[in-house]
Write a new protein. Sequence first.
Length: 244
Amino acid sequence: MSFLKPDLWKIPRLDARDFAKITEKETALFQRIAQIAQHQQNAKFASSLAVEDMVITDVIAKSKAKIVVFTLETGRLNPETLELVDMVKTNYPDLDFQLYTPNSEKALAYDEQKGRYAFYESVELRRECCFIRKIEPLNRALQDADCWLTGQRREQSVTRTELPFHEQDESRGIDKYNPIFDWSELDVWAYILKYDIPYNRLYQQGYPSIGCEPCTKAVKVGEDIRAGRWWWENKDSKECGLHK
């Protein structure tokens, strides 16, 4: 797009080989989703509406897998992200798609007692905000689930290099699956562009990883794709606690 600065991250350019390579990964993903739906009674997919999650959402919808898709509407999301929520509902009318929001009293108390932007002051205050706006709503979403799915990939972060397909969420006593743990960034975009899947317009503005509006910014070419998440913190602390 014309307003994108030349030094900012851009959606990867793909060629015919990239689209050809995705076929095998795509087939495996459909098989993984089917396997999860077959072996679990109440599977739920926590979608952040990132491109990774849009890939998984599309496969769940196309395969008609009995898997609930939900998003945490933190109250601090970008307008572009909220726009995508409506697009998911429109594009996948038969999908069981749900929104979970923070406890309004706790969110307000944090803002009044600590400050609306107190999360910039320390990792502890940032994680407290993440707990109120993300983790507590996630706990509610998963309270009746026997497993949950994520869009995490090994390539995304130094904290995810050993990520497996299947793991145990010991704190909740349920299974956890990462269906595209072994996908590359190019794999994800090949699927998105091949099938014209809707995605967040912020990707067109230099945002390769998107969270809450005050905690996310565009990144430069060559930077880590999660460099724009909690950019004021050390890279080793850049997790909100959802996957701890």
